[in-house]
Design a protein around this ligand. Sequence first.
Ligand code: MRU
Length: 320
Amino acid sequence: MGRRNLEAEDIVRYEEDGPKVVLLDQRRLPDEEVELECRSVAEVVDAIRELAIRGAPAIGVAAAYALALAAARGEDLDEAVARLVASRPTAVNLVWALEQMRNDPSPANARALHQEEVGRCRAMAQHAAELFGQGTRALTHCNAGALATGGYGSAVGALHTAWERGLLERVWVDETRPLLQGSRLTAWELERAGIPHAVIADSAAASLMAAGEVDCVVTGADRIAANGDTANKIGTYSLAVLAAHHGIPLYVVAPTSTVDLATPSGAGIPIEERAASEITTSFAARNPAFDVTPADLIAAIVTEHGVHRAPYAQSLAALV
Ligand code: MRU
């Protein structure tokens, strides 16, 4: 794959020959660019669980392709949907994508969904870039780039567009403990794009903010409740508290496939608990993979429709 642009189908695609779902194995990045072939729903479920593909919109797209695979193989579709939905509970995109596929579980429908999701990313990046002033030093958490959305990216897509407009000076990349989506994936993407960046330990964010070196925090989301409370990678909430303390805006950039109006507030968002062994194999550990940032700590939520401000119960309700 080398240095050429990462195309949507490099990240995840459906191949009739097999049939199979093929994805870039994100566990191996940045050291190796290796594809993983999934020939059954069970294999896609494993790939999602093990984070070979991750990021809310990207797992939605993978689930759509998995359902097309199930249909082509004559697998039980209800069972396939149940297994896919259960693979990771926090990102609502999984449920959303499978709902979109319900009446037409064809590869063509899955490909259209994938293409539209990338289109939404491009549209929201245009809106989000309006929030950037000249010389912005932005801090981002986890990976909300092309890898996480199946193309272009949400938060990192916004950074790309701001960079192209000459507004972005640099990006601080939280390494994102414990699985290092920031230092492995976001840094890899920014490097390929030629966007100046530096990886920081998650715990360095506070002192950089205090030193006046951060102008805004930009993240993606896994699920946005009707009132604007937002679940995203563990550590986002602490960043939001820090940003509020320092008077720095935190922007959430996410497509409407991530907005869950059926869940009134963050209290109703299921938070995935992952294996303790991802933290330590020596001692007992707790490993919540996500946290919820209360809406009042979010300066704006950007979707493909534009920039939404508080009260989010009103500005988001208008989306559907
Ligand atoms: O556990 P991950 O890597 O799937 O978590 C991903 C995130 O938290 C992303 O920030 C989120 O999905 C938004 S991606 C556009």
